[in-house]
Design a protein around this ligand. Structure first.
Ligand code: BGC
Length: 247
């Protein structure tokens, strides 16, 4: 079975059809710049362009960097505040004429990593974290997602955790990141304390450098590097679409 996955990010809106038996893209990953004014209406319009590019007819899954309940966007930490309260599922279904599932971006990445990526075949509680503009999180137990965990907004060291340790605080390719790794280690140990996961999947662009700092993480959980990277959101969105998941 195939479904379309679309990942709405701060800089680009990316989409491709996904073969769900493999968790692999079956077409080009089509990317359109996120409009400067990233209002819900402007983004819905871009999602339609991605769907039209692929000439897609069938279920569509869409990620947003927000809490989503019943297709309605409830938070907007790193996107235009006009998203708060927006019925994304309703608006997208009206625009596309297809059935649409909307879910949090890290939840989508988590579903994909657990089924096809770094945490496949790992039982028990798995926490997937994406270190980027913010810190995204997914909590999954034996393949079942508890949506909208938002661990990046936990209060930590007197501030929101994502202000303390997001990936955007360091360069993903060069430069000293020792101070940041220490912060991440503290945060991961806090996750250990409150959730006792067996596995933590480390994602986000900075995970490129994971092998350089993995030995400096002192968690009880086994920490593994995300595998699907750029495609995790697309694949997870397609999974949600094929299962008709409405978180
Ligand atoms: C948002 C989350 C999102 C994460 C990664 C956070 O600021 O609150 O919903 O998953 O950034 O994009």
């Amino acid at each position: 079975m195939e479904a379309m996955g679309i990942d709405i990010g701060g800089s680009g809106i990316k989409g491709a059809p996904v073969d769900l038996s493999l968790g692999a893209l079956t077409g080009e990953r089509h990317r359109i710049e996120t409009p400067d004014e990233s209002t819900p209406e402007a983004i819905v319009h871009v999602v339609k362009q991605v769907i039209d590019f692929h000439d897609w007819h069938g279920p569509v899954g869409v990620t947003v960097p927000s809490v989503v309940i019943d297709g309605i966007v409830l938070t907007a930490a790193n996107i235009d505040k006009r998203w708060i309260g927006f019925d994304a599922q309703g608006a997208l279904e009206a625009e596309l004429g297809e059935s649409v599932s909307v879910l949090n971006d890290a939840d989508a990445a988590g579903l994909a990593e657990v089924r096809y990526g770094a945490a496949r075949d790992r039982s028990g509680v798995c926490v997937v974290l994406t270190f980027g503009t913010g810190i995204g999180s997914a909590i999954i137990n034996d393949g079942v997602l508890v949506p909208n965990s938002e661990l990046g907004h936990l209060e930590f060291k007197g501030m929101e955790a994502e202000h303390y340790a997001a990936g955007r605080l360091v360069k993903r390719d060069t430069g000293d990141i020792g101070w940041w790794v220490e912060r991440v280690d503290e945060f991961l140990q806090h996750i250990d304390l409150i959730l006792s996961p067996k596995t933590i999947v480390f994602g986000g662009g900075i995970s490129k450098r994971f092998d350089d700092f993995a030995s400096q993480l002192h968690t009880r959980a086994t920490v593994v590097r995300a595998e699907l990277l750029n495609n995790a959101g697309i694949v997870g969105a397609a999974m949600a679409a094929s299962e008709g998941t409405h978180v």
